[in-house]
Write a protein that binds this ligand. Structure first.
Ligand code: GLU
Length: 499
């Protein structure tokens, strides 16, 4: 396969027709990696000629998602560049010029058939039939121009040869040869004057001097048409790579719209814009996406974006479709969380506490919480659930939770009082100073250490599971620990009065 030796000019060319999903993210990533690895340019081109499918806001969401992933572009509709405009609807006159050139050279023709009104819905059979019968194929240019000038509605179609064959080449898949008799007179320019993807992509990739085009394999069926258009215009093609599609998590077939909706109900998503709220790090999403269809070797799985820039190669792409594996994403997220500097982690978990309604005004405390959560989280959105109690002014443990296993409320009250006294009397408060005395206390009271620590966990965190109790108590601070034990004692007193 052709790993570039020169700086690569690559593009990510999404159509703003909906939310940006994982497949697009991966396409963008591979293109980006090639550009950065070779010191080339990564271009963002908005392919918005299909106005019927245009979704307002989609372009903004996609740019936001790319930025979140860290895939910055060198040229694009927002940043400009020497090959602009980078939004296809702003390039209409460019396409019209080349479409006219194809017509004048006899490689395309004006078609006035009424069926062309159904240009969006044209089935392969209709297209084939049309190719056999279309009178437009036989009109002279003068005749066609006269009908156009009189305002007759028309489209421009490619004049596909009936004979011969075409070979197009994918750097990963090899040569693909197709008999022209199996192809059609595809529409190149619609009746509204806007080109379809097939024409626009060829013209733009050529004019923008794209060297490598990595795009989804869903374009393989029309790849031969693209080859024909290149030949008709007399242009060299970029190096094409069509990575495989993604399969549903169960591996049975391609992801459909309905599948993505069903996933959302399970709390999972294939939309890039959802990953942040779900507590994923962009680093983990990048790592995960990169490995769906590419591998470095059979053992390395942890990659940062920098590693990927260094290690990525077209040779190691796999043409086999791969199933989306969400547990792998959780796994990578955990790995990347543990790799973060804890100050960075603190910054990243802060918004999750805030969204959950906590006021985070003590940065030192947040830093300590980040350190303790670092090894205990798969996703950042777990932070408030695991550690929200640190930020509460008051907590209210379930009264029953303060009674130790197989203990009475009286015995629990006695234990709680002794724990309070012990902690209050320590010269200073830390795991070193408190651990052994608390264990000795348990023995003295004929209890297990678990009784003492279980009580402390419930009294201080209200949770069955929390970070280790000494780490927790240190972060909460002795004063607040004593206050919470005092509250627990008051609760236990009430319970004993009820007995
Ligand atoms: N606009 C096309 C799409 O979103 C881009 C295909 C390409 O990269 O050439 O599928």
């Amino acid at each position: 396969m052709t790993q570039p030796s020169q700086p690569a000019r690559v593009r990510f060319a999404p159509s703003p027709t909906g939310r940006t999903h994982l497949g697009s993210g991966r396409t963008a990533l591979y293109n980006y990696l090639l550009a950065r690895q070779t010191g080339g340019q990564f271009i963002l081109r908005i392919e918005d000629t299909d106005q019927k499918r245009y979704v307002p806001g989609a372009e903004e969401e996609l740019m936001e998602s790319l930025r979140w992933l860290g895939l910055d572009w060198d040229e694009g509709p927002d940043v400009g560049g020497p090959y602009g405009p980078y939004r296809q609807t702003e390039r209409k006159s460019i396409y019209q010029k080349y479409a006219r050139q194809l017509i004048e050279n006899g490689q395309a023709y004006y078609c006035f058939c009424p069926t062309t009104k159904a240009e969006e819905a044209e089935s392969p059979q209709q297209r084939r039939q049309h190719r056999e019968l279309c009178p437009g194929r036989d009109l002279t240019l003068n005749e066609a121009d006269a009908r156009r000038s009189s305002g007759e509605e028309h489209v421009i179609r490619f004049r596909m040869p009936f004979e011969g064959s075409i070979t197009v080449s994918d750097a990963m898949r090899g040569d693909i040869s197709v008999e022209n008799s199996t192809l059609d007179d595809y529409i190149l320019v619609k009746s509204n004057g806007l080109p379809v993807y097939h024409l626009a992509v060829v013209i733009d990739d050529h004019l923008m001097e794209i060297t490598h085009a990595i795009r989804t394999s869903e374009w393989l069926p029309t790849f031969p048409l693209h080859g024909h258009i290149y030949n008709a215009l007399g242009w060299d093609q970029p190096i094409w790579v069509h990575p495989s599609i993604f399969l549903k998590p169960d591996g049975k077939g391609k992801m459909s719209k309905r599948d993505s909706e069903a996933l959302l109900e399970e709390g999972k998503s294939i939309f890039l814009g959802d990953f942040k709220d779900m507590g994923y790090l962009p680093e983990a999403v990048v790592n995960w996406m990169a490995l769906i269809g590419w591998s470095y070797d059979d053992k390395t799985e942890f990659f940062t974006l920098e590693n990927l820039i260094e290690k990525f190669s077209l040779e190691k792409l796999s043409p086999a479709p791969a199933a989306i594996n969400f547990s792998k994403l959780d796994h990578f997220n955990g790995l990347h969380i543990r790799e973060l500097d804890s100050t960075d982690l603190a910054k990243r978990i802060k918004p999750y506490f805030e969204v959950a309604g906590y006021t985070v005004d003590d940065e030192d405390k947040l830093q300590q919480i980040a350190e303790t959560l670092q090894v205990r989280m798969a996703t950042l959105d777990e932070a408030p659930e695991k550690a929200g109690f640190f930020f509460k002014d008051e907590i209210h443990p379930e009264p029953e939770s303060l009674i130790g296993k197989k203990m009475t409320a009286f015995a629990s009250l006695e234990m709680a009082t002794r724990i309070y006294e012990l902690i209050a009397a320590l010269p200073d408060f830390s795991e070193e100073t408190a651990n052994q005395p608390l264990r000795d206390l348990a023995v003295e009271l004929g209890l297990k250490a678990g009784h003492v620590f279980g009580f402390l966990r419930n009294a201080i965190t209200t949770q069955k599971v929390s970070p280790p109790i000494f780490e927790t108590m240190t972060i909460v601070g002795r004063e607040k620990v004593l206050e919470r034990i005092e509250n627990a004692i008051a609760t236990l007193e009430k319970l004993t009065q009820n007995d």
